[in-house]
Design a protein around this ligand. Structure first.
Ligand SMILES: Nc1ncnc2c1ncn2[C@@H]1O[C@H](COP(=O)(O)OP(=O)(O)O)[C@@H](O)[C@H]1O
Ligand SMILES: [Mg+2]
Length: 389
């Protein structure tokens, strides 16, 4: 049976994006190129995304009234990060508003314990984990997940925030006291060889598209650079693709999803986490692939066909991270030197202030040799100096 395609939203239909960070900005840039009208909802005036959007609604991510007015003005809604009140989205969908991915997906993903339970129930491999609360016995935790282990806040974490390594009972008692107001979980520490990720897309007519598998290098739990494509053998590649497909099928949803994996030296693959949105490790798709992850999302939510995920050049993407112990205005030195390099693409997010490890921008280097791209990208990052003022 041929399924009737869903109705398409032609430009200048209105797209609402909840979240005004760099991901929202890059979704918006693509949506604008394609002729759509974009409205951002974010509590920070002149957010990174709103600088390139048509309008911004200044409101918080749990403000039902303003999220509903965004839905009223727009033809479709998406979001660029997970820390939104998902029940508001679920209620709006029940009233007939189009939101992709759905509020139900967001609800399952925004809590790491619920997310991992869903994956485990679907027989997908994740590190052993346990829920932790005031009644939890340390020795019982160690029995299940070993020592050292990772203590994680279930909600609200990003860029490694809310994660701490527990080496002994003293660490546990210390960090539990600090984090006890959050939902917490313990997770077995995986002795991985490499961290990999994949972006998978599903359109409204149930077609799937996979971007190449990439390799991610982290520094202090925050993404430092991504090499694309990752060197993986065919067996690992097909394992990762089938796990990514299984996840989208379990969620039974539409959009762009990133799945992060740990690969061990004996070829075991564990799912670390899912993001129901474009991802930092997919920024390379802007210059290296026929369709970027951001354009792909715009195509999907407007009911358009998927674009090709073909990678045309090897690429290394490196993050430009901020400096300073407190949020401050800043200047950046070295841009002219970096821009004198060929095949290097600089992206700055227009953020008003900088702070240690804050994502200020990224750069992508294309080269026929991934080694050359890596060297060039990492040298360029060294040359960019962010000076707090
Ligand atoms: N169970 C684990 N074993 C080993 N390393 C881990 C584990 N969980 C997280 N990490 C490391 O910490 C990084 C950030 O953790 P993650 O749970 O993905 O948090 P975030 O939500 O901040 O991205 C991961 O990319 C990985 O390097
Ligand atoms: Mg992560």
């Amino acid at each position: 049976m041929i399924k009737k395609p869903k109705k398409v939203l032609n430009p200048p239909s209105k797209i609402g994006i909840i979240g005004g960070g760099q991901l929202g900005r890059m979704i918006c840039i693509e949506a604008k190129r394609m002729g759509y009208h974009v409205i951002i909802l974010d509590p920070t005036p002149s957010s990174s995304a709103s600088q390139v959007a048509d309008e911004q609604i200044v409101a918080s991510f749990d403000d039902k009234k303003y999220i509903e007015s965004l839905a009223n003005i727009c033809d479709v809604i998406t979001y660029e990060f997970e820390h939104i009140d998902a029940t508001i989205l679920i209620e709006l969908e029940a009233k007939g508003y189009k939101i992709y991915p759905s509020g139900n997906t967001l609800k399952k993903i925004q809590d790491k314990f619920i997310q991992k339970t869903m994956l485990k129930d679907a027989s997908l491999q994740v590190a052993d984990f346990v829920f932790i609360n005031a009644d939890t016995d340390f020795d019982m935790v160690v029995n299940i997940i070993g020592l050292p282990f990772m203590l994680k806040t279930c909600q609200g974490g990003y860029d490694g925030k809310g994660n701490c390594i527990i080496k002994n009972k003293n660490d546990y008692e210390y960090y539990y006291e600090i984090l006890k107001d959050y939902r917490l979980m313990g997770e077995r520490l995986i002795d991985f060889e490499r961290e990999l990720s994949i972006i998978v897309a599903r359109d409204l007519n149930n077609n799937y598209a996979y971007y190449p598998i990439v390799e991610n290098a982290h520094k202090h739990s925050i993404l430092h650079f991504t090499k694309s494509p990752a060197l993986v053998d065919a067996k690992i590649e097909s394992k990762i693709k089938s796990m990514a497909k299984a996840i989208v099928d379990v969620l039974d949803d539409y959009g762009v999803f990133c799945v992060e994996f740990f690969l061990t030296s004996n070829g075991e693959v564990y799912i670390n986490e899912i993001a129901p949105r474009p991802h930092n490790s997919g920024h390379y798709t802007i210059e290296a692939c026929s369709t970027s992850q951001f354009e792909q999302l715009v195509r999907i939510i407007t009911g358009m066909p998927l674009g090709s995920t073909k990678q045309n050049f090897p690429c290394v993407m490196a993050n430009i991270l901020g400096n300073g112990s407190v949020e401050k205005r800043y200047s950046i030195e070295g841009i002219d030197e970096v821009l004198s390099e060929d095949d290097l693409y600089l992206h700055l997010y227009g953020k008003g202030t900088t702070k240690d490890m804050k994502k200020m921008g990224h750069l992508s280097v294309l080269s026929n040799s991934i080694e050359v791209a890596e060297e060039k990208a990492l040298k360029a990052i060294e040359k960019l100096i962010i000076k707090p003022m």
